[in-house]
Design a protein around this ligand. Structure first.
Ligand SMILES: NC(=O)c1ccc[n+]([C@@H]2O[C@H](COP(=O)([O-])OP(=O)(O)OC[C@H]3O[C@@H](n4cnc5c(N)ncnc54)[C@H](O)[C@@H]3O)[C@@H](O)[C@H]2O)c1
Length: 333
């Protein structure tokens, strides 16, 4: 690899254009080389001053591309990630990895076989506030973590061509879109999830996927949680909140489930009976995500059998949740 990781971006509209493409060149170890999109790639290439193509091969056959960021709709992640791995490219793939665990497994297998790194793009892991929450919880600041509660909602009315509103394309609705982030974050803050039970419904919007999904969680070790994701309640009505309650205190973060690296959090400890604001270093989570990926590749990290459980963890919880909603029972991960 060159000194700076040379990136190709596959699916260069949407989130890539809003958050990642503008910052790749600002990272300390990344450089944007080429963009690929099925819709007007020339305009995106011109916007960022790089080459463009409407063919996957137009990225994967280039020797000056070390890694790809896959930010296309979920239904094409598997074929694109497998093709990228086969071409020897490291892959940062947007969440959720695929529509099913089987799809995600095929992607992980291809990356392990090719000896390239695969990461799912959970930028919220890099949020300064979440890292500080993780540090405080690990230090025992709230005692033993016992219950996690997360709300994340926005209004997402029916739109022509919206792949997230079709189960076959997005793999699910509000839970697939938002819940996978939440599972990853709770994995980081509390630990592995052992079993889930989901209530799923489409109550307001005129499409087939759920616009309201609530999952009851049990972590390994017995802590519990409840998360609600919604496409039919506005953020003003149900502000995004992450609360972790422990045997000696609580941490509550507001507004941190965001693309803007914002948010505030307070910690309350029974020992002093007072609530304090949590301070944290602000970083652009998309910059950090690109930098961390390139750092890992530079250190020789690749997808291996040992990394499979971590890579599949959120996808497994997601699929188990949907299975639970269908069967009306708890499902073990
Ligand atoms: N982490 C985040 O902050 C975040 C936010 C939004 C979306 N996402 C994820 O990013 C991915 C894309 O979501 P989005 O909201 O940007 O979708 P989008 O539909 O807004 O944009 C997707 C882009 O991919 C292009 N595209 C469609 N089919 C393609 C193909 N076969 N090959 C290449 N490009 C293709 C489209 O033309 C479009 O430019 C999803 O996995 C989604 O879950 C992540």
């Amino acid at each position: 690899m060159a000194e700076r990781m040379r990136w190709g971006v596959i699916g260069a509209g949407g989130i890539a254009d809003r958050r990642t493409l503008p910052v790749i060149g600002q990272t300390r170890n990344g450089e944007l080389v080429v963009v690929m999109d099925v819709r007007d790639p020339g305009a995106i290439g011109a916007k960022y001053g790089v080459d463009s193509t409407d063919r996957l091969e137009g990225v994967l056959s280039r020797e000056d591309v070390d890694a790809v960021y896959v930010a296309s709709p979920v239904q094409v992640h598997a074929e694109q990630v497998i093709a990228a791995a086969n071409a020897g490219k490291h892959v940062l793939c947007e969440k959720p990895l695929g529509r099913t665990v089987a799809e995600a497994c095929s992607m992980v297998d291809a990356c392990c076989a090719a000896g390239v790194l695969l990461r799912e793009a959970y930028m919220l892991r890099h949020h300064g506030l979440h890292l500080e929450m993780q540090r405080l919880i690990r230090e025992g600041a709230i005692g033993k973590p016992l219950f996690a509660s997360v709300h994340w909602a926005f209004q997402y009315p029916k739109m022509e061509g919206a792949w997230r509103q079709v189960r076959e394309l997005g793999g699910g609705g509000a839970l697939a879109d938002l819940g996978c982030h939440v599972f990853d974050l709770l994995h980081m803050l509390v630990g592995d999830i052992a079993r889930v039970a989901m209530a799923s419904a489409t109550l307001v919007q005129d499409y087939e996927v759920e616009d309201l999904g609530t999952v009851l969680l049990e972590f390994e070790g017995g802590a519990q949680g409840a998360i609600t994701t919604s496409f039919c309640i506005s953020d003003a009505v149900m502000p995004a909140t992450v609360s972790i309650f422990g045997s000696e205190g609580r941490i509550v973060a507001r507004g941190s489930l965001t693309q803007t690296s914002d948010g505030t959090a307070t910690i309350y400890r029974e020992t002093d009976g007072e609530q304090h604001e949590i301070r944290y270093g602000r970083v652009d989570t998309y910059v950090r995500q690109i930098e961390a990926f390139a750092d890992d590749v530079a250190q020789g990290t690749i997808a291996t059998k040992e990394s499979v459980p971590e890579l599949l963890s959120s996808m497994k919880v997601l699929e188990a949740s949907y299975r639970s909603a269908e069967t009306g029972t708890f499902v073990f991960i």
